[in-house]
Design a protein around this ligand. Sequence first.
Ligand SMILES: Cc1cc2nc3c(=O)[nH]c(=O)nc-3n(C[C@H](O)[C@H](O)[C@H](O)COP(=O)(O)OP(=O)(O)OC[C@H]3O[C@@H](n4cnc5c(N)ncnc54)[C@H](O)[C@@H]3O)c2cc1C
Length: 428
Amino acid sequence: MSAKADFDLIVVGAGPAGGMTAFTAAQLGLKTILLEEHPEVGTPAHCSGKLQVRAFREFNLPAHLVLNTLQAGAFYAPNGTVARVRRASPDSHVVDRAAFDRWLADQAQQRGADLRTSVRVRGAERLNGVMRVTGECGGRTFSATAPIIVDAEGARPVLPQSLGMHLGRRMVLGLQYQMRDVDLDSEDCPEIYLGSPVAPGFFGWLMPIGGRRARVGVCVDPHKASSAPMHYLTRLMREHPVASRRLRGAVVERKLAGPIPVLTSRARTVTDGVIVVGDAAGQVKATSGGGIYFSLIAARLAAQAAAAYVGGDDTALLRYERLWRRRFGRELRATAMARLAINEMTDAEINAFIGAIASDGALRGMIERLGDTAFQSRLLPPLAARALHPAHLRQLAPPLFKLLRYGLRAWWADGIPAEENGPSNVNG
Ligand SMILES: Cc1cc2nc3c(=O)[nH]c(=O)nc-3n(C[C@H](O)[C@H](O)[C@H](O)COP(=O)(O)OP(=O)(O)OC[C@H]3O[C@@H](n4cnc5c(N)ncnc54)[C@H](O)[C@@H]3O)c2cc1C
């Protein structure tokens, strides 16, 4: 540790990325401080909480965080066609995000990390060879120093900009209600509602969270939507032929909302004395908006890099960059390509695509066997091969062609197509 610094490591933001960074760093013996702007870690929650079973195994997460377990999926096309898939074993759990974030922060504290809540960080600077963050806490100025900062601020970070980092991003806006007395088809089967009238640029969902409760939501791309997310959520709940039936007698328990950075540039996520992780670094799958698992992976790598950096290894930060990209960078690129292609599909093409899956048992079997909600790109090569089958060439070839065309264009344009990188015109 630098003789002049208050801490070895400052972690900004106590979501999954910040909590896991602080937990791992404290375990590695770093004098760590975890800063959270809200008075309570985990509140307000915004997320549906779907997290792959493999993440539970990899990070040794306790069973008491699990609200529900998911083994199936139902995908509704705009014309009402449904493709159902059911795996041989559970794919994901649904967690209570407030409890999940609190558990991570508790683990960090138990290993010696200092947690400070109600601290809103406003900026950071390099000062006399150490990093200094400044902000406010209860109307008073807060500041702390360390050789390194891990920025885990979530979707709308302020630190990267203040340090001259330009991590381009494009958001979708999510809004959901947690509801009880939902008339579920199956407790282990989330439903996905597709099509431009439902949720332009993304999708609507119903996520069972145990008992007869569910989170019902929409995400919309402000570049494609003509109204705010509330308009689409209200319409989904009242008018969608399936969702409205499930929700007829349901009661709203609470509202959850937040942006998701689904398309990001490939700009570096490190700079001298700073590592960016989680949503702040755009480590989110553009197809589903899922970011918890990748945040945890990146956070552990960030803490290891911070420990090496504090120990004098100047190459540690670039190693973090290399390692997270090796672990799931391909997945971010592939899902970004898929998202751009899906966004270019007409509702008729989505109907045909879902229809092809619904009518072909062999195709569904392949998805059930090989589909992996964490690493979705693994399904692309067998899906492309199946698209060449004469029975499907007509339905599946157009979306795959779009995947190539729009995906390659995005690749060329450094992640985000230039004409889609403008400001949003619809507020959450
Ligand atoms: C509607 C919706 C549904 C979602 N559903 C899923 C899902 O089912 N599965 C999934 O994997 N992902 C889902 N996501 C995405 C997931 O929530 C994120 O990928 C994940 O939370 C990223 O974790 P994080 O720690 O990077 O950021 P966050 O969880 O956003 O945590 C950031 C933390 O930093 C704090 N903070 C921010 N700025 C400051 C500051 N300047 N000073 C101090 N503290 C600060 C915030 O208060 C917050 O506690 C969903 C997102 C939304 C919006």
